[in-house]
Structures are given as C-alpha cells and as structure tokens.
Write a protein that binds this ligand. Sequence first.
Ligand SMILES: [Zn+2]
Ligand SMILES: [Zn+2]
Ligand SMILES: [Zn+2]
Length: 333
Amino acid sequence: MTADIQPTYPLTKAQADEIASLHEADTSELEGQLRQLSETCQSSCASGISKCATHQNEMRKLYENAYTTASPDRWTSYRPAEYTQDLKRMFDAQATIDKIHGRVRREKMQHIKDSQCTFGLSDHPTVKKTKIRAAELRGTETSPSDIDSYVIEEEQKLLLTLTPEQQEVQAEYDKSKSEAEKYSYLRTCACISKPTDTPRDVELRLKWMKLFDNKVPYNEILPVMEKDIADAKSNVLLLENRLADLRNAQAANNKAKAAKEESKRKQARDAIRRCCSEGCGNVCELNGPNADLGCERCFATKEDGVLQNYSWFCSPECAKANAGSHNARFHST
Ligand SMILES: [Zn+2]
Ligand SMILES: [Zn+2]
Ligand SMILES: [Zn+2]
C-alpha cells in the first residue's frame, strides 16, 4: 500500500462509488471461495465444515488473505495501514474468527462515517450541520439506512438552493476519481482569479497557489485559506469603517465650508447698498471716504448743485439698517 492512494475524506461521489464497487468485488470473491471450500469439505469430509478442523483452518486462511491483503485494487487499501496491521496481529495471535469479523465490521462502519461525516473542503454551513448530525446519529438507535436517507435528503435540499453554476462546479468535483484529480480541482477553485477579485484577493490566490504547487495536503491548506479570508474580511471591515469615518468627516467639513461660503455670500450681499437718490439705484460701496453717502455720481452731481433731492445715508449704521429704503423724504435726522 502506498500513501498516495489513501483517499482524503470526504470522498467525492466518484471515489465513494469506486470504493463501494471494490468492496462488493472483494466480498463476492471471498464468498465464492468460501462456498467452494464448503462444497469441497461436504464432498470429502464426513463431519461437516463446522466441525472439520482441516477446512476450518483453510477457511481462516481465506479470511486472512481477504482481510489483510492491501493491494490497491482491494477495499482494505483505502483504510489506514493500522487497520491491516491490527488484523494481521489478530490472526497471528489466533484471535477467534468472530472477534476478527467484529474488527472488520467496525472498520467498515468507520469508513462509512469518515465518508459521510468528514468536513469537506468547501462545505456549505448547512452541509457541515448535516454532517455533525449524521455523526451524532451513528452509534445511536437510528439505523444506518435512516441516517443515509437523512443525509441524502439534506443534500437534495441544498442542491436546490445552488445556482446552476454552483451545481456545475459541484458536479465536476463529484466526478473526480482520484486524489490527484480532486486536488487539482480544489487548486483551480482556490487559485483561479475571479472578475470580482480585489488586489488583495489576487495576492492571496498567489500565496495559496504556492502551497498547492508544493503539494501541501489540502487539509493543511484549508485552515490557511480560511484564516486569510477571515483576516481579509476583517481588514475590509476595518477599511470600510475608516472610509465611513472619512466620509463623515468630509461631509462635516463640506457642511462647515458651505456655511462659511454662505456667510461670505451674505456679507457680500450685505456689502452692496443701492444709492437712495430717487431714480438712481446705483451700487454704493460701504468702504471708502464717501462710503454710505450714496453713489459717487449722485454725490458729484449734488456737489455741482444739479441734484436737488439728493439723499444720503447719515452713517454707515444707518446705511446697513436702511439699505434700499433710505430716502431723505422718509428719514428725519
Ligand atoms: Zn472438511
Ligand atoms: Zn446715485
Ligand atoms: Zn439715515
């Protein structure tokens, strides 16, 4: 048995099917051999196989061969090496065949549990929940077939919630037959850039790609990716908060600026006064030596003695208070 054929759980559908068919083939081969042995004993020995020491011994050898040969085309090769070693030890120690069968059954249950309950690499939270529940149910009164139905039902429900694209991706993954295929699929999922990628996402994908290129096992890459994603998310949150603060500050700043501009505009408006001389209405500046005393043209005309009804503001205060309405005829000083 080589390490690289050991599958990582959970298996893809294709892998699970392959292992199931191997198990079926192993079992039917063993059953054929057992049947043949029993027939041989029946035809040549008088006692019947249960009491025939010779053929009991041969039967044990058939089981030993079936249970401890871990060539790649056998179910056993898909379980950890300790399992085969365990069985070899039991056969060597002359453990009863019932005890040995018990150990084999336990391993089969463990295989099903590993296959059904191990967290997947990109498991949806619902899938994780289902797997936790399925693991809890194993070893309780619930029958294995009920657990299977529960898992299948939840899978179907979840599939319905996936977008067509997500379903396609899932189907592609399920088709992976080998660990290498599975790994390369996962690499693609993790490292191929998406149109929505931020520059940070691009950096992270490059980082993960290096891990894949170095053949780091996926179950070691996964926590790294999960941490990176969580960190990136909290960074984004931090940046978003900072941005919101900046926007608020900017808004406050704009508001203050606008108020200042408005007050400037108001001052400017206030600074314009119209000459109150009847029929004139020219702008008179409030600054300068003759400020507030009407427009220069009217003032000059008055000085020339031409303008009889010239009216001027009596003071800058008066000009401010009576802008536009000042007229000597209505203003008595
Ligand atoms: Zn016999
Ligand atoms: Zn004037
Ligand atoms: Zn006045």
